[in-house]
Design a binder for this molecule. Structure first.
Ligand code: ZN
Length: 189
């Protein structure tokens, strides 16, 4: 078990389209375990593999901390491998998102309120499930990471322009974080 360093916005790996997972082996299970540990350590509710520099289609979620406000989050702890969002609702919902790769900021993001997702679990068993509310929200946020996107890519262009300095400061490491992070501008090669 190990806590991994979380990659920050500006890091190449966060902009890449991740590759499908071919099998779940010892190493994959170790990555999954480390991802949960890293996520709990940094008090996140979801973590995608690219955030720890693994460009593979895998994310983990434990939305339990949301359960007081959103009852549907209770016990929602899962591993998603090679996920495909097969259906989204026309109805949208705006929610203030945050991300471990963008510390110290939150923005309103509009997304479909309901989704159907097809994925493999950690035993490589296929599932197709429907989610709404906070669960659908966290899933879509994490799924974006596999597509090389972060939530600020979904805010209005005007707003994104206003965030430019803030985002630069984050990628340069001029931000307070109490979990292990790696900043592209500070990284030693
Ligand atoms: Zn994120």
């Amino acid at each position: 078990m190990a806590i991994r360093e979380v990659r920050t916005i500006g890091d190449e790996v966060l902009g890449k389209i991740s590759k499908p997972v071919k099998e779940v082996n010892e190493r994959t299970l170790q990555i999954i375990e480390d991802m949960f540990e890293t996520m709990y350590h940094s008090e996140g509710v979801g973590l995608a593999a690219p955030q720890i520099n693994k460009s593979i289609r895998l994310f983990v979620i434990d939305a339990d901390p949301f359960q007081e406000t959103y009852p549907e989050a209770k016990g929602f702890k899962k591993v998603f491998i090679n996920p495909e969002i097969v259906e989204v609702s026309e109805e949208k919902w705006t929610f203030r998102e945050g991300c471990l790769s963008l510390p110290d900021m939150n923005e309103d993001v509009e997304r479909p309120s309901k989704i159907t997702i097809n994925y493999l679990d950690e035993n490589f068993v296929e599932h197709e499930e429907e989610y709404d509310g906070i669960c659908a929200r966290v899933i879509q946020h994490e799924f974006d990471h596999l597509e090389g996107k972060v939530y600020v890519d979904r805010v209005a262009p005007m707003r994104k322009m206003m965030l430019k300095n803030k985002l630069r400061n984050i990628s340069e490491g001029n931000v307070y974080v109490d979990y292990k992070m790696i900043f592209p501008a500070k990284r030693r090669r």
